[in-house]
Ligand binder design. Sequence first.
Ligand SMILES: [Fe+2]
Length: 323
Amino acid sequence: MAPVNELLTAQMSPLAGAATIFSLGNEHAYRRWRDAKLAAYPRAPNALTVEVEDLAAPTRAETRAVLAACRRANLCLYRARAHRGDARATRRALGAFARHFGLTRFEAQRSAAADGIVALEIAAQGGRHGYIPYTNRPIGWHTDGYYNYAGPRQMIRAMLLHCVRSASLGGDNGLIDHEIAYIRLRDENPDYVAALMHPQAMSVPASEAADGKPRAENTGPVFVVDPDTGALGMRYTARKRNIGWHADAVAAAAALERLLADEALALRVKLAPGDGVICNNVLHDRIGFEADSDRGGGRLIYRVRSYDRVGDACGAPRADEGA
Ligand SMILES: [Fe+2]
């Protein structure tokens, strides 16, 4: 008999046996996958934490550990112990780390520098001033790029946050694997899942983005099944203002909001300098934090967003190949 871990991995792959586990109708395959997923789901962030000696060049063992965490919970918390003195070297290492795990197509954003990395810190002035990511205010549950959906192949599938400086108080992130949110909702009522898969489930009206560009209205599903891989993506914000829900999705959105309020579901972490999270754009939030303006450098997080999923294009063994 195969080792338990191997069995779990095989069963946890949405590709194992059927690409339709997330679409309603393949109840047997879904149940098998669901039970294995829940049995292996970690209760504490430590179980998903990997020490990485050199961010720019992870070892084979480190690579395997990061990919295993991402297969298990769609996210990995890493600790890079080799601190880099200057911003340029850190950014270069971070870009290399992202590409190492198959994140090659970074989101093109005006807020991003030429290397595709966005520096998230308090902006006291300029175009970003007043936009929540660039303040010390809390941010509710969301996945990245929910306002910029352009089809299942052109959505933000992965995201990386890397801490350069932490706040003296607060700034902790909450993380919830979106597959767990999916399971909870489907357990409660499969109709909720169907409603949130509707192509017009959630609309974000036209507005101006933090980079000053006008942003067109954006409509799309909340749960998205990748037509190529069968993987589940999610597009969501708990924001109340300026979000339109399809009439059939209102009850489902309320149920989702309710379940995200269950603190037992969230992994809570405070990233320290050198720490980061690499993930398949899981649900995340942030608590408010101390501005630390008198300390000469408050909280600074580098962010990378990618249209690729972790591991999809890095030659890593796939779960259904028995690795
Ligand atoms: Fe975010």
